[in-house]
Design a protein around this ligand. Sequence first.
Ligand code: BGC
Length: 348
Amino acid sequence: MKELFGELADGTKVHRWSLENGGTRLKVLSYGGIVQSLELPDGRGGHTNVSLGFDTVEAYETSSPYFGAIIGRYGNRIAKGRFSLDGEDHVLPVNDGGHNLHGGPEGFDRRIWDVEGFTSGSDVGLVLRRTSPDGEMGYPGTLTVRVTYTLTARGDWRIDYEATTDRATVVNLTNHVYWNLAGENGGSVHDHVLTVAASRYTPVDAGLVPTGELAGVAGTPFDFRTPKTLGADLRREDPQLLYAQGIDHNMVLDKGLTERPEHIAQLREPVSGRTLSIATTEPGVQLYTGNFLDGTLVGTGGLAYGRGDAVCLETQHFPDSPNRPEFPSTLLRPGGTYRSTTVHSFNM
Ligand code: BGC
């Protein structure tokens, strides 16, 4: 189902698509490809929205910290908004303490996408398309992007990303859903239990840019190799936690970059028993504990979101890879196709 959701400040219409399959309900905006809500059965005949969001286009346009949005062209930070490719220097606008974050101030999260619904066998879904012109937000190459959201018969939400370019460029696409499996107005997620198959992570400097080191998680707050509550180590005295006011770090997935999505993480909310499992082709995941939610944004449930009221698990290549030849490459050349898949499965 497609309906008018609202208008941007310049009068552009924003539509909302609603789909349902296998018990999962998804509401998606043509603005930013934003997942406005993701609802799961509550076991009592109703549904619970487990992703943070807003009621109005205006709130998304003026104050969203990327709630549910497609992130591009480059998820997370590129140091000082600079990189060079084939001997050419590229300068990107900076929008985060002197760095380029999530594609810049007018990233894919703030663009209108062409949306088309589909059904295929027992799947239902949406195809979102956008052509990002050469030089948009400083990035070289015309980037033709297709993002497919699929709801499967068992209620999984799968995202397939594809992109091609007409000039060498860098690409790192992700989605920025903020999860709270107790419900989007369920308060702190510090009791959620997380497991991540990552023995290493990328420590950052005070600007949250990786130092280049791949550090072991053993003995650090970043060790989620066995199930641990999100809150367990968050207040430990560790300079990495102080930089980020919590966890806001790229986990180096043990499986590395893979052809097919492989299981990497599980998030469980103990009271409802609801579980989210994530599989991806990507070599990394940004674990972000909602540190910068400060009680000033009121969500779809009518309550303000405070620090730690959600967790993001953004599958990705590592931040600042264009300046780190030792990291898995984010380079895309003409003739090649960027592909990335992430599957979210729910146990409800
Ligand atoms: C970044 C955070 C940022 C958040 C929302 C995350 O992916 O790593 O530093 O604050 O997105 O803006």
